[in-house]
Design a protein around this ligand. Structure first.
Ligand code: MN
Length: 482
């Protein structure tokens, strides 16, 4: 079991001057609160809290997030309340824990991809603070790593949820390490046969692949002899799930997977990256069409790197990535690295922090403006900007996104025009409400309809969505002529 000192050491490694006493207090609090609880693995529950906090420490998050990571299940699973946490710690920590607890209550039930997208949006916008999502991802990662203790049926449900909901969110936030871990564990549960076949194939060629990579590395090191900065080479393992997706895209069987050598070079500066790339291309013939410059044109989730594929010694194919250390960190830690970069290193004046946060949002927005289709990522940023949107469930657990202040009539028209036109009443969370009732995020709404019922012109006074308004007007203005 990890003890508290490991957590404290990790924190000191990036915040040497900050008082870490709060982490010790959060640890003791979680220990007492979960005292009698065991995980399904029969380990003390506290281990789960520690592992969650450890992931957050690896992401180098701020002190309050680490404490909230330790405390993330105390409101859900013990007698502790939001008020207790405000008193014992501070409002920020209490709010983070509350945010995670709220997410806990959304039970993802629909594996349908269209619904999955709505769920992802809902999760992101319900969180209010992006750190809530980071804590939730760390929580899920440990749950996945210990999932073997659950019965098969739960394993499959949770794996599906992780693959459709949490892994894409980690991807959107640029957190590739967490994303790949979540994907590989889920994939093994959902399709163990193919998972093991791919794994076996990778193992068979492992030593030969290592040798080839060593050869390539020493050739490139020689060519880059004059280079003065530090160069780090890594032979990066391919993730099983990404190999599987490539198989699907190229319509290939496990036997047909080509053994690809994957090499990554980390350099000091951006210009060095291009120098290295030039040297690679001068020495080995590139595979046509394989070069992509994600440094000049970053991906939507801020990913940056140079990608190329070349025919190396003995005609083996090598996938090579070149990037700077900072790009590499951002790639592993995603949005969290950016956060740290903006928030943590500046002097700890409150103004400075706020300024940094605002400039981060502004920067991201300018960068979004240049994109052709920023819709999805913009939606996730609404969290920061507090552009209000609420998510309402149908009794069958589908989700509809509506403007804040929306009423059952707006909801009815969001489901179907005919449902709106025939609406005569509504139940929210199983209680009858008036048609002008103001829905709240997470409500379940059921519309009562009657055949031959018609919209009422009074509805126009309270509906909030343009869709409902125009549909009502259309019926009120009578059948169209001609
Ligand atoms: Mn948990």
């Amino acid at each position: 079991m990890i003890d508290i000192n490991i957590l404290l050491d990790l924190f000191k490694s990036y915040e040497p001057d900050k008082d870490a006493n709060l982490i010790e207090r959060a640890y003791d609090y979680a220990k007492n609160a979960h005292e009698s609880q065991l995980r399904k693995s029969e380990e003390p529950y506290l281990i789960h809290c520690i592992e969650t906090a450890k992931t957050l420490l690896e992401l180098k998050l701020d002190l309050n997030s680490i404490c909230a990571g330790l405390l993330h299940d105390v409101v859900e699973d013990t007698k502790a309340t939001h008020k207790d946490l405000v008193k014992e710690f501070n409002r920020d920590i209490a709010n983070l824990v509350e945010g995670v607890t709220k997410l806990e209550r959304f039970k993802f039930s629909d594996p349908d991809l269209y619904q999955a997208e709505n769920w992802r949006k809902m999760l992101l916008s319900s969180a209010k603070d992006i750190r809530v999502i980071l804590i939730k991802l760390a929580d899920r990662l440990h749950n996945m790593r210990t999932i073997n203790y659950l019965p098969l049926e739960s394993r499959q449900r949770i794996a599906k949820e992780t693959l459709n909901l949490y892994a894409p969110i980690a991807d959107r936030l640029g957190m590739f390490t967490i994303k790949s871990d979540l994907e590989d564990i889920s994939f093994q549960i959902l399709d163990e046969e193919i998972y093991l076949a791919i794994l076996k194939k990778l193992d068979e060629n492992a030593s030969q692949r290592d040798e080839c990579l060593q050869t390539m590395e020493s050739i490139l090191r020689q060519k880059l002899d004059k280079y003065e900065g530090t160069l780090t080479f890594t032979h990066r393992p391919k993730h099983i799930y990404s190999i599987y997706q490539k198989m699907l895209r190229q319509n290939k069987t496990v036997e047909e997977i080509e053994d690809v050598m994957a090499l990554r070079i980390i350099a000091d500066t951006i210009s060095s990256c291009y120098v290295i790339l030039g040297e690679v291309h001068a020495s080995f013939k590139p595979v046509p069409g394989s070069f992509t410059d994600y440094i000049a044109q970053p991906k939507i989730n801020m990913y940056q790197s140079l990608h190329t594929t070349v025919y190396g010694p003995e005609d083996n194919i090598y996938e090579i990535q070149v990037r700077t250390d900072e790009m590499h960190k951002r790639c592993e830690y995603g949005i969290a690295a950016h956060w740290k970069y903006k928030m943590g290193t500046s002097p700890s004046h409150k103004d400075k922090e706020l300024e940094a946060k605002l400039s981060w949002i502004a920067e991201t927005l300018t960068w979004l403006k240049d994109l052709k289709n920023p819709g999805e990522f913009l939606d996730s940023l609404k969290t920061e900007l507090r552009v209000h949107q609420i998510f309402i469930f149908t009794p069958r657990r589908e989700v509809k996104a509506l403007a804040e202040g929306a009423t059952p009539i707006d909801f009815a028209y969001a489901i179907h025009t005919e449902v709106g036109n025939r609406a005569i009443g509504a139940k929210v969370n199983n209680k009858m409400v008036k048609l002008n009732f103001e829905l709240k995020n997470g409500d379940t709404c059921e519309i009562v309809t009657r055949k031959n019922a018609k919209p009422n012109k009074d509805w126009l006074a309270f509906v909030k969505t343009a869709r409902a308004r125009s549909k009502i007007r259309r019926v009120l203005s009578g059948p169209r002529k001609g």
